[in-house]
Design a protein around this ligand. Structure first.
Ligand code: OGA
Ligand code: MN
Length: 277
């Protein structure tokens, strides 16, 4: 079977149709990185990867990382595969998963370079809600008026876990090992290849040196801008679907779903090699 690529929107998203045999090759892994550069988020309907196959593909793209550990009660056998579920029988610490319902990028508050790509397989689709949305922070930057670009360039933002889970947990209930994780980053990320993106997400707490209200209002407005329909797309999951996105040029979020929705996703992560600069 040939690989078929269908653009979802010019700014973000492509549906890739291929079978597993074509997918699990070094040749396709290379092509996949090019497609990622071009489309930022890729969805593969009905690919039906096993954990082992997903890990093998992850390894073809780069070094794997597991910066969140495994879900309490999750599948210990599946090393470096993170189970995303709100099922109380599986996940006894659901805050991190609940936090994924707000626009974010993965791994922004830790001290390692942010992951290059996130890979997600659907093992059980939710009975309701639980689609995943992606928005391009490259497109969001590129489309800003020049005057605004000049105002934003040079601003720095504090990112923290406390901010990331603000909608989910009061600060004193955050696991102490994460409560103080924070990192300052430039608002405008100039990538090594010359592209620029806006670094946003619910973990973006405030703009350094700006009054709190004005700085949060600015971040809120930039989130609305980045999430506008022209720069974003949505995937409705079916069992066996797979998606991969460029974590350095996109935000993502899950639409709300309930604890008993049945939703179960398996995630792997490719390490980043680029400091945010
Ligand atoms: C994640 C995440 C989105 C989803 O695992 O990092 O944000 O739709 N997942 O489950
Ligand atoms: Mn995420």
């Amino acid at each position: 079977m040939e690989v078929q690529v269908e653009t979802i929107k010019p700014a973000i998203g492509a549906v890739v149709r291929c079978d597993k045999e074509a997918f699990l090759t070094e040749e396709f892994a290379e092509r996949c990185l090019e497609l990622l550069e071009q489309h930022t988020a890729l969805v593969f309907p009905q690919l039906g990867l096993t954990d082992e196959e997903q890990l093998a593909f992850t390894d073809m793209l780069g070094d794997r990382v597991n910066f969140t550990g495994t879900v309490p009660g999750g599948d210990e056998a599946a090393q470096d595969v993170y189970t995303i579920t709100l099922d109380k029988n599986v996940n006894t610490e659901p805050e991190y998963v609940l936090g994924s319902m707000f626009w974010h990028a993965d791994g922004i508050c830790s001290d390692i370079p942010p992951p290059k790509a996130t890979l997600l397989s659907c093992f059980n689709p939710p009975n309701k809600g639980g689609q995943t949305e992606f928005c391009s922070t490259y497109a969001a930057w590129e489309a800003l008026p020049e005057e605004e670009k000049a105002e934003l360039e040079g601003l720095r933002v504090m990112h923290s876990v406390t901010a990331a889970v603000r909608e989910v947990l009061p600060p004193d209930q955050i696991n102490p090992s994460r409560r103080y994780m924070r990192h300052e980053h430039p608002l405008v990320w100039t990538h090594r290849n010359g592209r620029k993106s806006l670094l946003l997400g619910c973990h973006a707490d405030y703009v350094i040196g700006m009054p709190l209200a004005q700085s949060r209002a600015l971040l809120a407005r930039l989130h609305e801008w980045a999430a506008q329909p022209d720069f974003s797309c949505r995937h409705t999951w079916q069992k066996g679907d797979f998606a991969i996105w460029d974590n350095t040029g996109a935000l993502h979020r899950a639409l709300p779903y309930s604890d008993d929705s049945g939703r179960r996703m398996h995630r792997t992560t490719v390490a980043g090699y680029e400091e945010i600069a």
